[in-house]
Structure formats: structure tokens, C-alpha cells
Design a binder for this molecule. Structure first.
Ligand SMILES: [Zn+2]
Length: 322
């Protein structure tokens, strides 16, 4: 038997004890889960929904291909379109980032139609239906935007109603992103040691997408975990995201990512909130629920592994189990 009160103590008020009409399975219904960092051109997306992911945010792909997708269906897809980067900057030239997925911005111009201009690049992504704008600030792998060009991109995107998501890597890149008003980080910072003042600024102005598991068991993983824990303690808002398509990651809910989040202090109800966060806007589909069949967890420690059984079902298929 599932005790709904004990369940909600562990995973929050949105958890409901339900039975799946189609299969008769007993279990727990939760809001739809979102992976806030994927690259659809690098994965088999058919496996996402059976694996518990109802919505995704694609953070770097071909805007034309992404715009051609059907807008209905599961997973629901929101996207950035192409990576915006400095001339010669990351990830231009990478095998996994074909030319169609990268735009080099060489001019802060806010006028439309300027070759290499900031407005030209932002407007192209907006025209193709982007929900966010992705910028690469990777000082470890090439040139990055100067502050004026980055601020121009952020300002133009804001006028179009699009938050900017940055890949920050290398010394000083978190500060560069904060100074320009970047709204989100695509990865928890994994190369920089932060201080309390930077963390406080980030917690007050940004959301961070976790992507801890891509680092495996490395110094980068430990640094990212420490940065995320500090961000959480400062009240920062964390979004579950895996960078799916980057290396060998499970397609669907990634229990290793959840365990890493748990270890950084994103536990229980907070873990559900990170998975179900609708940022940037409507990235989670309606009429869809997460269903976790079988026995409910009995302690916070059991929650990450339990969520590994999650799958996506139409909400109408879930009936009261009493
Ligand atoms: Zn990525």
C-alpha cells in the first residue's frame, strides 16, 4: 500500500497515488519531467518518453531542422537553434557541431541584416521559433565574446522575449555571463572556483542546468558539485538537465544525474521541482504525467533510483487508486 502523506513528505504535494488503467499497475503520478539540456540530432529521441522524459530543451542544433519538426507529440521540444559564438570560438569546427548549428557573431550591431551582427543571429533563431538563445563562452577552447557583444546579444534577445543560456567554461566566464545579464547556465560551472559573492549574484539572477553526470568521476565533477551545492544553499533555482547527446548517457531519466543532484543538496521535493520545472516557458506538455510504477520510496535516499522507473503517460490514463 502507498501512504500518500508519507509520499508527499518525500517528494512533494504534487505526488498522487494512482493506478494505470491500461496495465493495472499501481504507482505514483508526478508532473511531466523535462530534460533541460539535450541535443536531439545526436540521440534516439524515441526512447525519451518510455524513459520518463516528456519535454526537452534542445540547446544547440540546426534551427531549420528544429523548426520543421511537428509541434505536437511527445517529447515536447523547445529549442535554442544554433550556438552563437565569437569568430573561431567553441564549438565551431567540432565534428558534433556541423556548420548549420553554429553562428559566428563578429559585430554587436542591433541593426537587422548586418553580416555577423548580433541582431542578425538572434533574429534568425527567433524566426525559426527558438524559445531561448544559446551562447558559448568557452575560454578554454578559443575566443569568446567581448562584454559589449555579449551584452548586445542579451539585450536583443530580451527584446524578443528570449532568455539567453550560456555555456561557461574557463576562468572568468561566470562573471562575464553575470555582467551581461545571462539568464541561465547550460552547465553547472565545472572549471571555475566560485566565491560567495559570485554565487549570490548567480542565485539571484540565473537558473542553472545541472549536467553533473557528463563529468563522470573527475575533478570537474567534484568542482561542479561543490558549485551547485553553494548555488543551492544561496537559494538558486536548479533545472534537471543532462547534455544528452554528449557522450554515452542513458536516454530518459538519468539516475546518475539524479544521484549527483541529490548529493549536491537537491533532494526529494526539490529534485521533483528540478525535473518538472517548466522553464523557459511551457517546455512541459499539458495532459501528460510522469508515472512511477511499483512501491513508493520510503526514504529520501531511495528517491533517485526510484525515479529511474519513471515513464510518460497521458494523465487521463491514471485513475484513483483507492
Ligand atoms: Zn550541450
Amino acid at each position: 500500500m502507498l501512504d500518500p502523506f508519507a509520499l508527499r513528505d518525500l517528494v512533494g504535494p504534487r505526488a498522487e497515488v494512482r493506478r494505470r488503467a491500461l496495465t493495472g499497475e499501481h504507482g505514483v503520478a508526478l508532473p511531466p519531467f523535462v530534460d533541460h539540456h539535450v541535443h536531439l540530432h545526436l540521440i534516439d529521441e524515441q526512447r525519451l518518453a518510455p524513459g520518463g522524459i516528456a519535454g526537452v530543451l534542445d540547446l544547440g542544433g540546426d534551427p531549420v531542422a528544429l523548426a520543421r519538426r511537428a509541434s505536437s507529440g511527445i517529447p515536447h521540444v523547445s529549442y535554442a537553434g544554433a550556438f552563437l559564438t565569437a569568430p573561431g570560438g567553441y564549438p565551431s569546427g567540432r565534428s558534433w557541431a556541423p556548420t548549420a548549428t553554429v553562428r559566428e557573431v563578429s559585430d554587436p550591431s542591433s541593426h537587422p541584416g548586418v553580416s555577423g551582427g548580433a541582431a542578425t543571429a538572434v533574429d534568425e533563431q527567433a524566426t525559426f521559433g527558438a524559445a531561448v538563445v544559446k551562447v558559448a563562452l568557452n575560454a578554454d577552447a578559443g575566443p569568446v565574446f567581448d562584454p559589449a557583444t555579449l551584452a548586445s546579444i542579451v539585450g536583443i534577445a530580451r527584446e524578443r522575449g528570449l532568455p539567453v543560456v550560456a555555456h561557461v567554461q574557463g576562468e572568468g566566464m561566470l562573471r562575464l555571463a553575470l555582467d551581461a545579464g545571462v539568464a541561465a547556465l547550460a552547465h553547472t560551472p565545472f572549471t571555475e572556483h566560485t566565491d560567495a559573492a559570485l554565487i549570490a549574484r548567480a542565485a539571484a539572477s540565473q537558473v542553472w542546468i545541472s549536467t553533473l553526470d557528463i563529468h563522470g568521476d573527475t575533478d570537474a565533477a567534484r568542482l561542479a558539485t561543490a558549485n551547485l551545492a553553494a548555488f543551492v544553499r544561496a537559494g538558486g533555482r536548479v533545472l534537471y538537465g543532462t547534455d544528452l547527446g554528449n557522450g554515452d548517457l542513458p536516454v530518459g531519466v538519468n539516475v546518475r544525474e539524479l544521484a549527483a543532484l541529490d548529493a549536491a543538496g537537491v533532494r526529494g521535493t526539490a529534485l521533483i521541482d528540478a525535473l518538472a520545472d517548466p522553464w523557459p516557458a511551457d517546455v512541459a506538455p499539458s495532459g501528460i504525467s510522469t508515472f512511477v510504477p511499483g512501491l513508493a520510496p520510503e526514504s529520501l535516499d531511495q528517491v533517485p533510483a526510484w525515479l529511474g522507473r519513471a515513464t510518460v503517460v497521458p494523465t487521463e490514463e491514471l485513475i484513483h487508486d483507492d
